[in-house]
Design a protein around this ligand. Structure first.
Ligand code: ADP
Ligand code: MG
Length: 596
């Protein structure tokens, strides 16, 4: 007797539903994508009990006539592709013709739809995949899909649903994704009869992000718009400046041709692009859109269409890494405009104003683009102070010219934080983190240019490594040399080490080498040799940076700050921790209750 049988249609749909419809949020995703494909300007989503009891999506899109409405519930029925060539270059969010029948097979389902010109619309009621009613209906032009009691006929699946709150959050996240991908569409979410959010159609991405996440985040985002001819890709959107990060990936959004996707290739590219601008274990904030020729990316990889395959993953990766890196560095230039170099120069006292009698610190070497010199720091008596303590002891020590965007050093808190004032308010600098950043960039520059200076060991030392580590060292010998590590093979799996970077202070070169190899091996999956060096520097630089409690003299602080401002990425240390924090006057006013 033959054992193979064709599955009944409804069962086949339920099997397909297993992949497409995991949870209420996937229903929302599929329905909203359909609405977007239908050209909707406004999409309203209504959920009850985390979507488990109800999901309703209402759109004002093109609607369907009765025949199409009935067809849309058949498996593999789609208006979006017709030929294999279409499949190779998908321009819509949907194309599999699976969502509606899958959803209808695992819920109590109701579709009402009307084309704009039609006199009447159609209403179709389905339960567990069986069409029960077809009649005239459909109020406003557009489509409304109602999904009740998801998995009511598949108790085993229903058990896998999480709490209502969790499902609600998933739905909300899903809608955030769609809303970010389509700022031009108005979205609303009603949860258990209360409006959770309502987003008017936005003029652009920035406006949409502001509506979703508030202006505080928007102020810390950098615009991106780069095209790479070689990779035939355009990368646009907004990304968090260095130092902006999150503990989860919730705000690490990447869209490929308008579709929110999850991609290990892109996740790695983002991480590498941020590199030292990201603290360990933290995730960047990105709202990044990659536009490629549809034929350069395969979206038909996963039934839920969350994953894609790039034809040229290396090219895409490189383009993303470069774009992020350049954007972060250009962010620095804007930032520098805000925190002009504190060029407190030689003491002069020729200015005629209330402090005319006092010797005055005056900005000496302002760059041509900056504001004219102004009266910055004054002392009431004697010569200019050698030490900051002199400054903050005197009563009228500091005179800030409000018109300038420059900042002035006020003092040091807890032997660690440099306090400064700029036009926006208070700036706190972590002197340790700042010094790390400065050292890091200096060593990196040296490594790129002529190699890190190294110092011979009094006694060369030999040691043995596990075969895999030995192979790694051999492969990266040139890089290690550039990093100032003199290491060479000394027999089978054995090595001789005879010099180390001058900036290092290690008592046991061998255990140091083992640590470096361990650390770098894990950090360097597929990284360039330069990255490897950067990692080593980032890992070792810390111990050389100013210790938190090292008291610094005034001139040292001044030098530290001006060196910091010269860095490529001044606002975070090589481990991604912030080097400085701005507390705006507005924030202070709020705290003091002067403003609400
Ligand atoms: P797919 O989106 O992959 O084509 P679906 O099962 O999601 O498959 O939808 C089937 C078809 O039903 C779509 O191709 C589209 O023509 C039609 N359709 C679905 N939802 C809507 C909607 N909200 N407005 C207009 N047409 C829709
Ligand atoms: Mg669809």
């Amino acid at each position: 007797m033959s054992r193979i049988r064709l599955l009944p249609e409804i069962l086949a749909s339920q099997v397909a539903a297993g992949e497409v419809v995991e949870r209420p949020a996937s229903v929302v995703k599929e329905l909203v994508e359909n609405s977007i494909d239908a050209g909707a300007r406004k999409i309203e989503v209504i959920i009850r009990r985390g979507g488990i009891s109800l999901v309703r999506v209402v759109d004002d899109g093109c609607g369907m006539d009765r025949d199409d409405a009935l067809l849309s519930l058949e498996r593999h029925a789609t208006s979006k592709i017709r030929t294999a060539a279409d499949l190779a270059a998908i321009a819509t969010l949907g194309f599999r013709g699976e969502a509606l029948p899958s959803i209808a097979s695992v819920s109590r389902f109701r579709l009402t739809t009307r084309e704009p010109e039609a006199i009447a619309g159609t209403e179709i009621i389905v339960a567990g995949g069986r069409i029960e009613t077809v009649r005239d209906g459909g109020e406003a032009p557009g489509t409304q899909v109602e999904v009740r009691s998801i998995f009511y006929n598949l108790p085993a699946r229903r058990k896998f649903l999480r709490s209502e709150n969790t499902e609600s959050r998933n739905i909300e996240h899903q809608l955030h994704l769609q809303a970010t991908g389509h700022p031009e569409i108005a979205f609303a979410l009603v949860r258990d009869d209360r409006i959770a959010f309502q987003l008017p159609a936005a003029a652009n991405l920035l406006e949409r992000i502001r509506d979703l996440h508030g202006s505080e985040l928007v102020e810390r985002l950098l615009p991106v718009d780069e095209s790479s001819a070689s990779a035939r890709i355009r990368i646009r959107g907004l990304i968090g400046q260095a130092g902006v990060s999150r503990q989860s990936r919730a705000q690490q959004l990447v869209f490929v041709n308008g579709r929110a996707i999850e991609s290990p290739v892109l996740t790695a590219a983002l991480r590498e692009g941020y590199h030292t601008a990201l603290m360990k274990g933290q995730f960047p904030v990105t709202f990044l859109f990659l536009d490629l020729d549809p034929s350069a990316v395969d979206v038909n990889v996963h039934p839920a269409k969350r994953e894609v395959r790039f034809r040229d993953p290396a090219g895409v990766r490189e383009a993303v890494v470069e774009t992020i890196r350049e954007t972060l560095e250009s962010g620095r230039r804007d930032w520098q405009k805000q925190f002009q170099k504190p060029s407190i120069g030689p003491i002069a006292s020729h200015q005629e104003d209330t402090f005319a009698a006092a010797p005055t610190f005056q900005p000496a070497a302002l760059s041509p683009s900056s504001e004219p010199a102004f009266h910055s720091v004054s002392w009431s008596e004697g010569e200019g102070p050698r030490d900051l303590r002199d400054v903050w002891k005197s009563n009228d020590a500091i005179n800030i010219a409000g018109v300038s965007r420059q900042f002035q050093i006020i003092g040091i808190l807890n032997k660690l934080y440099v306090l400064m004032e700029n036009q926006d308010g208070l700036v706190l600098v972590d002197q340790h983190a700042a010094h790390e950043r400065i050292l890091f960039e200096e060593l990196r520059r040296r490594m790129e240019e002529q190699g890190v200076p190294s110092q011979r060991l009094l006694l060369a030392q030999t040691f043995e490594l596990a075969p895999r580590d030995a192979e790694w060292v051999e492969r990266n010998a040139a890089t290690l040399q550039k990093m100032g590590i003199g290491i060479e093979p000394f027999g089978q799996n054995a090595f001789k080490i005879d010099s180390l970077p001058t900036f290092l202070d290690v008592s046991d070169p061998i255990s140091f080498m083992r640590k470096v190899i361990d650390g770098l091996k894990s950090a360097s999956n597929g990284s360039s040799p330069l990255r490897l060096g950067e990692d080593m520097i980032a890992k070792t630089v810390c111990r050389h940076a100013v210790k938190a409690n090292d008291p610094l003299g005034y001139l040292e602080v001044e030098k530290l700050i001006s060196d910091l401002l010269e860095c490529d990425l001044p606002y975070c240390c090589p481990h991604g921790r912030p080097t400085m924090i701005q507390i705006s006057l507005t924030e202070l006013e709020k705290k003091f209750g002067r403003k609400v």
